[in-house]
Design a protein around this ligand. Structure first.
Ligand code: IPM
Ligand code: MN
Length: 356
């Protein structure tokens, strides 16, 4: 197969971790006989510097013309403490999601046996936890009408959802539940929010179409507690944009390091594959960041964008092997486990894929 990949590393550690993912992609392509073509494009602060826009037209064009987007991270401390900044790197990510119609963000949370001791939760609570968070990504407060009134002293963001947006994400969630352990948890705040009541109404209407799926409903405040109290309860979680943003950060540390969590954003046009961590500016250029989340995002890219399951598995196996072999970056290192650099881990994983 010929794979056209848009390479959008973004800011901070983005370029370093994306480079390691490319090594894994190249190794898989060599082993399974695929041809790969990368097209580089900018987004985030680096794009603002060059084009004055965080998601320039050129970048959008390249993404649209590709079969998948391999994305790093956006964000730059230059913008963080300036609420008056006119353009912000994060707008690049939001514009990309909207323009590519990426309404579903899939964030799987799995645990690696040799890492459960790294989790902030008790080992017996975490060991074996395995769930998929599905976050709606192009609606809700992020994109609803927002603004200022009273000369700036009143501000509002509108949490708006249309039935079609809820239906398409729930359909996906039911389908994923069918392929997994057939348990779906719909997370909302239906005791307070009208938009949540519509979510719950639509979900209840759809339930009879999936009689094998056990569907339950949980308020988001309770869900945030249950996630750390008994993560093994969950199989598939589906929720709206803002709740999903918060819950997936919480969920991400369960496995022991945020540096391990991959994500896929899929929808109407080209899918985007990215680690869930941010641009980690303190580590940029130091060759210390954990590349595994981005490498695992590349595995998701093979599975979700190209339907190449074996190739995806080959990457996953190599990542698992590097963790078993304790060949890891400083976030996972510790007593008796030396810290390897970003590129050393990337090389190890690529070699493993090539020689397995
Ligand atoms: C994420 C990030 C983004 C979000 C930011 C960078 C806009 O936190 O992908 O979860 O809030 O969606
Ligand atoms: Mn987030």
């Amino acid at each position: 197969m010929r794979l056209k990949i848009a390479e959008v590393p973004g800011d901070g550690i983005g370029p370093e971790v994306v480079n390691q993912a490319k090594k894994a992609v190249d190794a898989v392509c060599a082993r399974f006989g695929h041809e790969v073509e990368y097209r580089f494009a900018k987004a985030g602060a680096c794009a603002i510097d060059e084009y004055g826009s965080a998601y320039p037209e050129e970048t959008h064009k390249i993404c649209m013309e590709s079969d998948a987007v391999l994305y790093g991270a956006v964000g730059d401390p230059r913008y963080d403490n300036d609420p008056t900044a006119k353009v912000r790197p994060e707008q690049g990510l939001l514009a990309m999601r909207k323009q590519l119609g990426l309404y579903a963000n899939l964030r799987p949370v799995e645990t690696f046996p040799s890492l459960v001791h790294k989790s902030p939760l008790k080992e017996e609570l975490v060991d074996g936890a395995d769930f998929l968070c599905i976050r709606e990504l192009t609606g809700g407060m992020y994109f609803g009408e927002k603004g200022r009134l009273d000369g700036g002293d009143t501000a509002y963001d509108t949490n708006i959802y249309h039935r079609f947006e809820i239906e398409r994400i729930l359909k996906l969630a039911f389908e994923y539940a069918m392929r997994r352990r057939k348990h779906l948890t719909v997370v909302d705040k239906a005791n307070v929010l009208e938009s949540s009541r519509l979510w719950r109404q639509v979900a209840q209407e759809m339930e009879p179409q999936y009689p094998e799926v056990r569907t339950d409903y949980m308020y988001v405040d309770n869900a945030s507690m249950q996630l750390i109290r008994c993560p093994k309860f969950f199989d598939v979680i589906v929720t709206e944009n803002t709740f999903g943003d918060i819950l997936t950060d919480e969920a991400s540390v369960i496995s022991g390091s945020m540096g391990l969590l991959a994500s896929a954003s899929i929808g109407e046009h080209t899918g985007v594959f990215e680690p869930i961590h941010g641009s980690y500016p303190q580590a940029a250029g130091k060759n210390i960041a954990n590349p595994l989340a981005t490498i695992l995002s590349a595995a998701m890219m093979f599975e979700y964008a190209f339907g190449l399951m074996e190739e995806g598995r080959a990457i996953r196996e190599a990542v698992a092997a590097s963790i078993e072999a304790k060949y890891v970056t400083e976030d996972l290192a510790g007593e008796g486990v030396p810290a390897r650099s970003t590129s050393e881990v990337g090389d190890w994983v690529a070699d493993y894929i090539r020689n397995a």
